[in-house]
Design a protein around this ligand. Structure first.
Ligand code: ANZ
Ligand code: ZN
Length: 835
């Protein structure tokens, strides 16, 4: 039988593309450029199905852009530093470098089997000194420009393992290995001044109209620009001394019932010196995770200091001062006034400590000062119970209070950002060494450029917790580059988000002697289409935007936004199964009879659970290698594109992949049917050209499932049509249209037609004349009553229309013996016969 055999064809074409360097991007090409990028993978060990979906989408676009005359850059690399490699080292006793490089080799082989049109000559791995050495140079450039600094900051400290933990290693407030409750400790760490760019990063979002709205909104919220009042609540009789608070709601000031300060606030620290109970409370606040989410969800707790402060709008009114665990030291002033009726945290706190709750913002009908509920009204409204503010809107009241504070000198309007500077120090081995040397005389001294890269030592141990760089016998012992006295290398390494903040620039240009060649990088950038998971909507994308702006700020590159268009794809899901004890079963362990599922091996009952994201823990994964073995790359690629819109989840199913396999074979048989017959088939020609235009537009819009559906339609039409020159042309066309999706089959069939590489072929030209519908349906009336409809050529002459109408059986029947008095013809619309 005439079958397409992917087990032979796939590898053959992959080899030919490689030999011909088909997908190597030419920096000096005169063609218009298109940079297509998928987020590079972390080399965890194996490619998973989510990668396959992600890279297939990018690949279809890249191949399509090539066919439409672009010089395409479609590179691939490895986000190769990070914790899992160190965990593997600790658990299995393997070196992180060996583990990572083995994984890269495996995953690269897996990717190659899928036939992606990747320029492998630009492959990079962030764990190699050829990459991170340039990152160190960039870090030092930013340092020289004042965009890097060092300050004390809290880390997660595991008191049993005596080590700093990354946020991911803190699970429910406990160390992942020791299980010990995590404490917050202060360490001197390196920071990047992303807050200098807060406004730019916020304003820049409005130019990113080809980004999903939800991602832009998430970034906006993360930057969190707010306008408010910074004002002083004075200690009674202190002439001016007091507690500064920051509020975005000065309109609620008459609803204040307490002032709360952070555990690390200087006032709390001072009081604690003579108050052991307060000291103990502060210690307690320091336990628990450092993330905003940890703090947000923790139970609200406070300690009454016994201090009071004067309300600035009425100094005779005194408020108690608490130390509270939900007030953060590094936001605003580290102190707040609590307004329980209109802030949920304050309300929880007030109910717990029995503090007054006064309504000052009306939510429509409720205006009395008594507030009884446990859900705060946090929206704006009309101000009530607030003396001279009564009757104003929140907005007016905010402006009035700020104006009064400024006039009277107890406060001023202030813009505030939630965004913090980016802490990039990690007390880990497997990362980019921070290129700084600490000298007792000279302080922090940059490693001279000629001494870069600062390479990681290979001989490290992972048998005990902590940072292996710290305990390496010699690595950190160096002389100061300035005074040449013995000094100490920085042993912190960079956050891996730094590595992914500029890899797309290095892909565009990778000279050996510098991070990138500016002119070449500017030719390729911005990335025209970036594709990845929505889990990176905030941090990675914000850091990459910042890093690019920072480089542009210091004059290294003239690009402001690195990713012109962003697409976030959905997940691949699969049915889950469990046995009677709730243990997860893989889909191939169970079998079904009617609605009853049983375990193949034992015959015991199983239950079919929800359809969920593929994950090892739920055993509902399919391995890309296995399915490529079985069905070949093209059927797998086709499946990744069909059925679901790309932004939605895609459910993996046996039936689905088998359908794709059958379609690949069907396409193969169809494209073997070029007959050499003559003659035109207008209808098929029209279908063909509509498909060319439609599939192209769908790919441009990344609506791959729609493109797939149009190819199915065209295949159906071709199958139904009788042999003709038009049909032969349609066969050639369907191959070109599906080449980006099923490239191996397309090459094989194209060769069979005696053509060269379809990878080098052009996208077929649309004949616009064939896109317009040239048939219309006209109504035939007798005495104004509809008797028949006819499909006729558009623009048909009036006489012909009349003749066709009179020839209709139904019309003749309706006329009967009557005499025709008049025929009214409206071209392309109707014929009315008056009798
Ligand atoms: C009084 C008030 C009344 C507040 C009210 C809110 C509602 P955003 O919008 O996120 O900037 N706040 C200020 N500094 C804080 C800190 N260091 N830790 C915890 N909370 C802090 O939020 C600003 C609001 O968050 C401020 O406005 C303050 O509470 C609180 F009906 O002040 B508000
Ligand atoms: Zn020195």
């Amino acid at each position: 039988p005439d079958r397409f055999n992917p087990h032979v064809a796939d590898a053959r074409w992959q080899k030919i593309w490689e030999e011909k360097a088909s997908f190597v991007a030419d920096d000096s090409s005169p063609k218009p450029r298109s940079y297509v990028l998928e987020m590079f993978p972390y080399p965890s060990g194996r490619i998973h199905i989510g990668h396959v979906r992600n890279y297939t989408m990018g690949d279809v676009l890249a191949r399509y852009r090539r066919m439409t005359g672009h010089e395409v850059l479609h590179p691939m690399g490895w986000d190769a530093f990070g914790m899992p490699a160190e965990n593997a080292a600790m658990e299995k006793g393997v070196h992180p470098g060996g583990w990572t490089r083995d994984n890269i080799a495996n995953m690269k082989a897996q990717l190659k089997r899928l036939g992606f049109a990747i320029d492998w000559t630009r492959e990079l791995a962030t764990c190699e000194p050829e990459y991170y050495g340039h990152e160190q140079a960039l870090f030092l450039k930013l340092y020289a420009a004042g965009l890097v600094y060092r300050k004390e900051s809290a880390v997660n400290w595991d008191p049993v393992d005596m080590t700093v933990l990354a946020n991911e290693q803190v699970i429910d407030g406990k160390g992942w290995r020791s299980g010990a409750p995590i404490e917050r400790r202060k360490l001197s760490q390196w920071f990047l001044k992303i807050t200098d760019f807060a406004d730019e990063l916020l304003d820049g979002l409005s130019s990113l109209d080809q980004w999903p709205d939800k991602v832009r909104l998430m970034q906006e919220n993360w930057i969190g620009k707010s306008k408010g009042l910074r004002c002083r609540f004075a200690f009674p009789g202190s002439n001016g001394d007091g507690i500064d608070v920051y509020t975005t709601r000065p309109d609620t000031m008459f609803g204040a019932s307490f002032v709360a300060i952070a555990a690390d606030h200087p006032v709390a620290q001072k009081l604690a010196a003579n108050a052991p109970e307060l000291q103990a409370f502060i210690e307690e606040c320091r336990k628990g995770g450092t993330t905003a989410a940890d703090i947000e969800t923790a139970e609200k707790k406070g300690f009454n200091t016994g201090l009071t402060v004067e309300h600035p709008l009425d100094p005779s009114w005194h408020l108690p001062v608490y130390v509270a665990n939900f007030v953060l030291m590094d936001y605003g002033t580290g102190a707040i006034f609590g307004c329980p009726a209109h802030d949920q945290r304050d309300l929880d706190f007030a109910r717990k400590y029995d503090l007054p709750v006064t309504r000052v913002v009306s939510d429509g009908d409720l205006t009395d000062s008594h507030f009884s509920g446990n859900v705060a009204y946090t929206g704006p409204g009309t101000i009530v119970n607030s003396h001279w503010l009564d009757g104003l809107t929140s907005e007016q009241a905010i402006a009035d209070v700020i104006a009064k504070a400024e006039a009277e000198g107890w406060g001023q309007g202030q813009t505030q950002y939630r965004l913090r500077d980016w802490g990039v120090s990690r007390q880990r081995y497997w990362g980019t060494p921070i290129p700084i040397i600490h000298c007792d005389s000279c302080g922090a001294v940059p490693v001279p450029e000629a001494q870069l890269p600062v390479k990681l030592p290979e001989d490290v141990t992972f048998d005990i917790p902590g940072n292996p760089l710290d305990r390496h016998p010699t690595w950190s012992k160096v002389d100061c580059p300035q005074c040449h006295k013995p000094a100490r290398r920085e042993t912190d390494t960079l956050d891996t988000f730094v590595d992914s903040s500029w890899y797309f620039i290095r892909f565009a240009s990778q000279p050996g002697d510098k991070p990138f060649d500016r002119a070449i990088a500017e030719k390729w950038l911005p990335v025209q289409q970036y594709i990845g998971g929505v889990e990176h909507a905030i941090l990675h994308l914000l850091y990459a935007r910042f890093w690019t702006r920072a480089l542009s700020h210091i004059g290294m590159i003239d690009v402001k936004e690195p990713f012109a268009s962003l697409f976030t794809q959905g997940m691949v899901t699969h049915q889950t199964f469990q046995d009677a004890d709730g243990k997860w079963l893989s889909p191939d362990q169970v079998t079904r009879a009617g609605d009853i599922w049983t375990i193949v091996e034992t015959g015991a009952p199983a239950t079919a659970g929800r359809i969920e994201k593929m994950s090892k823990s739920k055993k509902n994964v399919v391995d890309p290698d296995d399915i490529v073995d079985q069905y070949g790359a093209d059927a797998v690629r086709w499946f990744m594109l069909s059925d679901s819109p790309p932004e939605r989840d895609l459910e993996w199913s046996e039936a689905g992949i088998e359908g794709c396999w059958r379609f690949v074979q069907r396409l193969w048989r169809l494209t073997g049917q070029v007959s050499g017959a003559e003659g035109e088939d207008k209808a098929l020609m029209r279908k063909t050209h509509q498909a060319i235009a439609g599939v192209g537009a769908d790919i441009e819009a990344l609506s791959f499932n729609k493109a797939v559906a149009k190819i199915y339609d065209l295949a159906n039409a071709i199958e139904k049509a009788a042999p003709s020159a038009s049909r032969d042309e349609a066969i050639r066309t369907i191959l070109l249209l599906s080449a980006p999706m099923v490239p191996h089959l397309a090459e094989e069939a194209w060769t069979r037609l005696g053509e060269g590489l379809i990878a080098d072929a052009s996208w077929p030209q649309v004949d616009p004349a064939l896109l317009v519908e040239d048939e219309v349906t006209i109504a035939i009336q007798v005495k104004g009553k509809l008797r028949d409809t006819l499909t006729v050529a558009k623009g048909l002459g009036q006489d012909e229309m009349q003749a066709l109408a009179l020839a209709s059986q139904k019309v003749q029947h309706a006329i009967g013996d009557a005499e025709i008095r008049k025929v009214i013809v409206v071209p392309d619309r109707l014929v009315n016969i008056v009798i």
